[in-house]
Design a protein around this ligand. Structure first.
Ligand SMILES: C[S@@+](CC[C@H](N)C(=O)[O-])C[C@H]1O[C@@H](n2cnc3c(N)ncnc32)[C@H](O)[C@@H]1O
Length: 249
């Protein structure tokens, strides 16, 4: 699915513009097969979500009817899917949704799903900003935005994924007490993430000492992008936020 286009073939005003890549190198036979298989079995399409908008997202995991009270986590920009697959494998009782418009990355996740026999992942193979408005309030237990594209030039700052409107959406979707984990290796992005989160009272940063952002959270499986950053000598930081509960601060 691509953003809605008008007769003039320009995106409708209000449709977010995605500046990243949708395709990389031509996929070889096995990844291409994995992609087709994965989207066929676990892909979410817009019609399904619109029809299910009033339902909890567990309804997307409809092959297992007892899933209504299972925790749901969202990873935004999962890249090759290493982190999402590892989390799903470690918590088979939870539901995981991943959003990623880069098809070579989606093929990577589909490969992990297939190899490990995971059934608790659903894939939105598109811009996450088209998906979030379709979800009901307080339906997520947590969300991850790991190593987002830094867009280091100031004139490109509006392309960075964490914008006030995104923070408001995440505040609407993550239940009180739920968590938002941000991570980056890039100096501009780290500052941007922290500064952006300073602009909201809906989330509280959980760090008490430097080790809390210098060390990954327990069970951290790594990501492909982080591995590249470390090889290049860049240090990663993890910023964990908790959704504030207005009734019980
Ligand atoms: C630098 S990569 C990091 C990938 C992965 N999280 C990792 O650590 O290896 C950032 C990813 O975010 C994805 N992305 C960028 N904008 C997005 C959007 N609006 N919705 C979903 N994913 C997005 C990109 O396609 C890219 O794969």
């Amino acid at each position: 699915m691509t953003p809605e286009r008008s007769a003039s073939n320009r995106p409708d005003p209000g449709t977010p513009v995605f500046y990243g890549r949708r395709h990389g190198r031509r996929l070889r036979r096995q990844p291409a097969e994995n992609l087709e298989w994965g989207l066929d079995h676990y892909g979410i399409d817009a019609d399904t979500v619109e029809c299910a908008a009033a339902l909890p997202p567990q309804a997307l995991f409809n092959d297992e009817p007892d899933r209504e009270d299972r925790p749901v986590f969202l990873e935004i920009g999962f890249g090759g899917g290493e982190h999402l697959a590892a989390r799903a494998e470690e918590s088979p009782g939870a539901c995981f949704i991943g959003a990623e418009p880069f098809m070579n990355g989606v093929a990577g996740l589909c490969g992990h799903i297939r190899q490990r026999g995971l059934t608790n992942i659903r894939i939105w193979p598109e811009d996450v900003r088209l998906f979030l408005p379709l979800l009901p309030d307080a339906c997520l237990d947590g969300a991850f935005i790991l190593f987002p594209d830094p867009w280091p030039k100031f004139r490109h700052r509006e392309r960075r994924i964490l914008q006030p409107v995104m923070i408001d959406q995440l505040a609407r979707l993550i239940r009180p007490g739920g968590e938002l984990l941000l991570a980056s290796d890039d100096a501009t992005a780290k500052t941007w993430l922290l500064q952006s989160m300073l602009g909201t009272d809906d989330f509280a940063w959980q760090a008490r000492r430097p080790a809390d952002w210098r060390q990954p959270p327990p069970g951290w499986p790594g990501t492909r992008y982080m591995a590249k950053a470390e090889k290049a000598g860049r240090r990663s930081a993890w910023f964990l936020y908790r959704r504030q509960d207005r009734q019980n601060p």
